[in-house]
Design a protein around this ligand. Sequence first.
Ligand code: NAD
Length: 484
Amino acid sequence: MTDMAVEGLIIDGARTGASDGGIIDVHDPSTGEMLARVARATKADVDRAVRAARAAMESKAWGAMAPAERGRIMYRMAHAIRDRAEELAVLESRDNGKPLRQARTDVQVSARYFEFFAGVADKIMGHTIPLGPGFLDFTIREPIGVSAQIIPWNYPIQIGSRGVAPALAAGCAVVMKPAEDAPMTALRLGEIALACGLPPGVLNIVPGVGEEAGAALASHKDINQLTFTGSVEVGIAVAKMAAENVVPVVMELGGKSPNIVFADADLDLATQGVSTAIFQNAGQTCSAGSRLLVERKAHDALVEKLVARAKTMKIGPGVSDPDMGPIISKKQLETIEQYVKIGEQEGAKVVTGGKRPTDSGLRGGTYFQPTLLAGVTRGMRVAQEEIFGPVLAIIPFDDLEEAAAIANDSVYGLVAGVWTRDINKALTLAMRIKSGQVYVNTYGAGGGVELPFGGYKKSGYGREKSLESLATYTQIKNVCIKYA
Ligand code: NAD
């Protein structure tokens, strides 16, 4: 398939090849077939993109645009994303492997980010501060400047929009580096922005390899802010790069989020919630509910229901809209397999799944069965480390105290779920759990654009989504006036 056209980077409003002609071959993980060829940004390309963003910040076209007009462009982007929803969903599904209906949701959430923040663009306000007679003091929230955004492959269009929309609302310019494994919908977002009237240079998209384009972006001297979504290890590395230039960072990292189910819960509802929380996107979700803490009295009944559900799940290519698609790459598939072995060596028991499916129709792709590991104890590696695959670690508990202790026995703190009919248990745990979000009798909120999202502990710092994210993309200037 070497005659496949190469998709260019988007820099300063134009498509361009990489400075050294480098190309990334993008594969469909459902089949292993080549999906696209994309220019691979070099350090020089990243530098060009940052300079284009800087020039846009200083231009009249963007720098002096009325906030309401920024909002209008963003509303147009939301409409354009919805107009192209099916095409974008199919592309996301082929690029990442996720079931089509999950990709469709991702696209709607992406549109919703632009819609939500479009309405915010002309409502970013400062304060007046009472300093006493003879003074007028006020604050202005100015755009922070050039925002560098490094995103992962697991929810490209959602996570891309999550960072770009508030940045544009605030009046920033953006250089986004999508992940090498799934860069396609980020490029479409760049196209849509230009077609909707966003001035050239305001949103630049530079797919590339982490160590090359990612590192060049994170260490660039002329960025003003960095939003990083990915693993803890790379997060620490890029934060150090940004620190050299005193550039503030938002870190959206990993998780080992607990779903805590009490015996008094609606077990059918909990089964559905727990199962979706771990198997959505084949478990490749930062906020996956990858630990199930279940009250011992309900353990057997809940596990039975979860096994029954897992066994009926259809595995297949993303575009055939199965219940679960493939794992993003062979390397990630091997990591997951390795973790299942580690769990067994530690004394956990595979109650369903644990292997690659054997159907001949799935041979080209990188698939793994939905897997439940019972008999897990809190100190095991499978209870502590992020597997990033469809593997649920099941840990029994006897009372609320023990549930809280196990839930907090993690270096991570991204999301937690509590399933109970007792409001006192639910609220006590909501207050005690150290994580950025807590859900009661539900898990996730259909994208949760309106809700602050971010980590405690090693899950990161800073908040995305919601009005809270504006703090990331603005800086405060205080003006103090003395009058006679
Ligand atoms: P990753 O850290 O390997 O890669 C993330 C991004 O960083 C990619 O764009 C990659 O190219 C880039 N990168 C890699 N090495 C780099 C380097 N040396 N310098 C600069 N950039 C570099 O993560 P991944 O495997 O793509 O994603 C999985 C991880 O992301 C999981 O840990 C998951 O929990 C986390 N994640 C977190 C959130 C969140 O919102 N908290 C969302 C999605 C994924």
